[in-house]
Structures are given as structure tokens and as C-alpha cells.
Design a protein around this ligand. Structure first.
Ligand SMILES: [Zn+2]
Length: 100
């Protein structure tokens, strides 16, 4: 079983200047045979990004950067509600935060 791992550099989501090393694991879909035998099922592993170093400019830790990538830098309830309101008006900003 081989997994595609790729060394990448991402721009820090906090200061947008620093760079952090990260490893990207590509989405994989492979057959998976359960202990019960029979037809193999397909198991999907979603794309994953693992931060390896903290930001060299603002000093945010890899944990903070990882969290920001997953949930956005501003994960406050207020922002979420505003986004939902915009969405109900036909404007979708849900992808904006996750881009870097
Ligand atoms: Zn930074």
C-alpha cells in the first residue's frame, strides 16, 4: 500500500507572509476487503495537509496554523451567521476563507 505524500509550502493564513512546510497527502480511493470476505468495498481517504513547521514570520505554531486551515482564521459564531445570511441571499462566501 503506497500513499502519495507531497512536500509543499503553504503561506501562513495569519500574516500571509511567512511560509510553513507541510506535507500533503492526496486523496486516495482503494479497495478495502473486510474480514468477512466477499466483494471488496472502496475506501476513500480524503486529502489531508499536515503542517510541519511554525510560521517563520509571525511565529504562529503549527497547531494554530493547522486549525486555521481547517476552520478559517475567524471561526467566530458571528461570522458564521453572517455567512449563512449571505448564503440565503444567494451569495456564497464559504470558500473564500479556506483559500490561501
Ligand atoms: Zn505567519
Amino acid at each position: 500500500m503506497s500513499v502519495n505524500l507531497e512536500q509543499i509550502e503553504i503561506i501562513c493564513p495569519f500574516c500571509k507572509k511567512g511560509k510553513c512546510r507541510a506535507i500533503k497527502q492526496e486523496e486516495t480511493i482503494r479497495p478495502f476487503k473486510g474480514p468477512w470476505g466477499g466483494k471488496p468495498a472502496m475506501r476513500r481517504t480524503p486529502e489531508r495537509i499536515e503542517i510541519l513547521s511554525c510560521c517563520d514570520k509571525c511565529g504562529k505554531t503549527k497547531e494554530e496554523i493547522q486549525k486555521a486551515l481547517r476552520h478559517g482564521v475567524n471561526s467566530k459564531e458571528k461570522d458564521k451567521k453572517m455567512l449563512e445570511r449571505l448564503k440565503s441571499q444567494g451569495i456564497d462566501f464559504s470558500n473564500v476563507e479556506t483559500k490561501f
